[in-house]
Write a protein that binds this ligand. Structure first.
Ligand SMILES: Nc1ncnc2c1ncn2[C@@H]1O[C@H](COP(=O)(O)OP(=O)(O)OP(=O)(O)O)[C@@H](O)[C@H]1O
Ligand SMILES: [Mg+2]
Length: 363
């Protein structure tokens, strides 16, 4: 049996295993029905449609999907970093508040600028895709740490310096480099500095949008491994966005997959790998060699992702889907839980007319 067949035909995780996310785990960030458009009126592009995503305390949630599927837009929309012509068309994004009463949650979409400033860095840190160029080129990196710590803490100058040194060491950079300017650091080091800054105030939620795109794959893996280690130590929840599904399968707890602006599958990482439920996820898994065992042919996904200005009717994936039913061109499948499995999928193969989940297999 080839590695690819192993992926497709491995024992099902649909409903047989225990739920991977006990209901009592604390939710730190919850996006509900989030929709983001570029532009207004009938010509608006729907870049994120009705997205639901929940991040639990201490969890590493990976968000994967091809270029243009809406991953960055989802983060910009959810965190109020969207620029024109982007507009949040609906939804709510609740962040567990550490300063308010126990159990209090703040809707980021309704928060004032002042409230947002107060929680940024201290409750939620966001490292954007352009992070490699985010450091001010004319100041030493030590000043970046000092600015954040001074604005959000009562530490003395000496304490701030000590904290900055500790943060830098935590991400594997010698503290003596605090005096360096960004151009004196490699891309990987600059990335690590951004991560150290993001963790400076020990936020409970960290969002990283493909922070390592411009770096080689080895550095990318090292950085995510380090982050997972820091998560174990510090307990923050991490939403990590990448094209690299194989990396997430190894390092994330949960994975959500986006296609044409919609989340089409969410499952514990191991279950997603063993038994993908959405044909698109299956295609993504067939786009890289198996993590273990024999390497078979990589079939990938035929065709290319849709242009948002002309998204196919019904399930946007149906023209590329080898399993498409007649109904898939007419109706949009909504994300729903596979009964009792702790995982969700938006596909008619697993609900509606076909009530029994179908084992996906390579034809
Ligand atoms: N400022 C903008 N104006 C109009 N359309 C935009 C704008 N920014 C992004 N888009 C469109 O929104 C869609 C989603 O883009 P987004 O950057 O969120 O994708 P992504 O999944 O993050 O891709 P990548 O993996 O390449 O980073 C794309 O079709 C893109 O062309
Ligand atoms: Mg992006």
């Amino acid at each position: 049996m080839s590695g690819l067949e192993q992926v497709a035909a491995a024992p099902s995780a649909n409903g047989t295993g225990p739920p991977a996310r006990p209901a009592d785990r604390e939710v730190v960030l919850e996006m509900s029905h989030l929709s983001v458009d570029y532009g207004l009126g009938p010509t608006a592009l729907h870049a994120v449609v009705d997205a639901n995503l929940t991040l639990h305390k201490g969890e590493v949630l990976g968000l994967a999907g091809e270029s243009g599927s809406g991953k960055s837009t989802l983060v910009y929309g959810a965190t109020r970093l969207l620029r024109e012509p982007g507009v949040v068309a609906g939804g709510e994004v609740l962040l567990a508040s550490r300063s308010g009463a126990a159990g209090a949650r703040m809707d980021l979409l309704k928060a004032s600028e002042r409230q947002l400033r107060a929680i940024r860095w201290s409750d939620i840190s966001i490292v954007l895709q352009s992070a490699l160029n985010a450091l001010n080129p004319v100041v030493p990196i030590g000043k970046e740490f000092d600015d954040i710590l001074r604005a959000h803490s009562r530490l003395s100058r000496k304490e701030r310096r000590a904290k900055a040194e500790k943060l830098l060491s935590m991400v594997g950079i010698p503290p003596a480099r605090l005096g360096d300017h960004p151009h004196e650091l490699s891309g990987g080091q600059r990335q690590r500095v951004m991560i150290a800054l993001a963790l400076a105030l020990e936020p409970q939620v960290v969002i990283m949008d493909e922070p390592t795109t411009a770096l080689d794959v080895v550095t990318q893996r090292e950085i995510l491994e380090e982050l997972v280690g820091l998560r174990d130590e510090l307990g923050f929840a991490l939403l990590f966005i990448t094209h690299d599904l194989s990396l997430l399968i190894e390092l994330a707890d949960e994975i959500a997959v986006m296609y044409a602006g919609r989340i089409v599958e969410r499952a514990p990482a191991a279950a997603l790998y063993r038994a993908p439920r959405h044909p698109y996820t299956l295609g993504l898994l067939h786009s890289f060699p198996p993590l273990h065992g024999e390497v078979g042919p990589m079939t990938g996904i035929p065709g290319s992702p849709p242009d948002l200005a002309a998204v196919p009717s019904g399930c946007a994936f149906h023209p590329r889907c080898p399993y498409a039913l007649e109904r898939c061109a007419r109706q949009v499948p909504l994300l729903g839980e596979l009964e009792g499995s702790g995982r969700e999928v938006a596909c008619f193969l697993h609900g509606g007319e076909l009530s029994v989940p179908v084992e996906l297999a390579v034809s």
